[in-house]
Design a protein around this ligand. Structure first.
Ligand code: NCD
Length: 305
């Protein structure tokens, strides 16, 4: 994957995924025992985030630092964007200094796809609007693989804001790389998954649209919950109306014979109550930690070090 741009979950082949997961396991051992390594000595990564982030940015920065590389952070709020410079010119300038890789997040769908055509450094998308978040899918599927020792044959419920959440398309696309997968998309009608997404997975896995999680709970190996994407709602009243239309509580889970593993890309707002955190099936904090190791594996591959 040396020098490759990563802007979609479809940029990963099945073989890439297994290689990255194995490499993440090796790096986990090395980092946990030695701290900072020196694979990426002298290499420079820029994080250019035009939208808020905690996990994605910091885990990429940690991953690069643990590989022994250097990190430059572009901060929009104090940049010349405030003087009217275009984002495209900003990207040209950042690229001109010769970074070895650039991580981009933007609220405009396809922003990373557009800039990759004139930026020389490899681009890794850290999320583009409602479109995709390919490295989130990487850590999601890595977490599933670690949990079950496989991904083939699993049944995954994806619940919440399936209309605006960008982690959902990427996770769905990445799951097409595995065999015999079933996805249940669980959401009220107004928030169901967009057709442009299901079109891309048609024939590659089984999927069903349902409204109520309780109908399918016992079929699920994984329940992946997402927050309502408040900032992407055009009508704030619509957000208020739908708020609380689905909440996972410990009570609700314990009503069932089988509790799936519970995942969430985070930030969690109110859609999983905090009493769920103590259940052994709650994997969301571990999932976030896994992000650092698998992003380190991805950086090592893209940098070719
Ligand atoms: C997600 C995102 O930014 O799309 N956050 C993340 O990177 N873990 C999910 C979200 O914001 O809901």
């Amino acid at each position: 994957m040396r020098g490759k741009d990563i802007v979609s979950a479809f940029d990963f082949e099945r073989s890439d995924l297994f290689r990255l997961f194995e490499l993440a396991e090796e790096l986990r051992k090395e980092i946990d025992s030695k701290g900072t390594l020196d694979y990426a000595r002298g290499k420079v990564m820029i994080t250019a985030f035009f939208e808020p982030s905690t996990r994605t940015k910091i885990s990429f920065q940690f991953a690069m630092t643990r590989l022994g590389g250097l990190v430059i952070d572009f901060i929009e709020e104090v940049s010349s964007l405030r003087k009217g410079e275009t984002e495209e010119d900003t990207m040209r300038i950042l690229d001109g200094y010769g970074p070895d890789v650039i991580i981009i997040r933007h609220s405009k769908p396809f922003f990373p796809h557009n800039v990759k055509d004139f930026v020389k450094a490899p681009i890794i998308s850290g999320g583009d609007g409602t479109n995709e978040h390919p490295t989130q899918a990487l850590l999601d599927v890595y977490t599933i693989w670690r949990e079950f020792g496989r991904v083939d044959g699993l049944t995954v419920g994806i619940m919440g804001d399936l209309k605006y959440g960008r982690t959902i398309p990427s996770l769905s696309y990445m799951l097409t790389r595995f065999n015999d997968i079933t996805i249940y998309y669980i959401a009220p009608k107004q928030l169901q998954v967009r057709e442009e997404i299901t079109k891309k997975i048609e024939g590659k896995l089984n999927y069903y649209l349902v409204e109520n999680v309780e109908e399918v709970m016992e079929k699920l190996d994984v329940l992946y919950v997402t927050r309502l994407q408040k900032e992407r709602f055009e009508d704030p009243q619509e957000y208020e109306r739908l708020k609380g239309s689905y909440v996972i509580t410990r009570n609700l889970l314990e009503k069932h014979r089988k509790i799936p593993i519970i995942m969430h890309p985070l930030p969690r707002v109110w859609e999983i109550t905090t009493d769920v955190d103590a259940l052994p099936q709650a994997k969301y904090f571990e999932q976030a930690q896994n992000g650092m190791y698998v992003r380190a594996a991805l950086l090592k591959e893209v940098l070719g070090v």
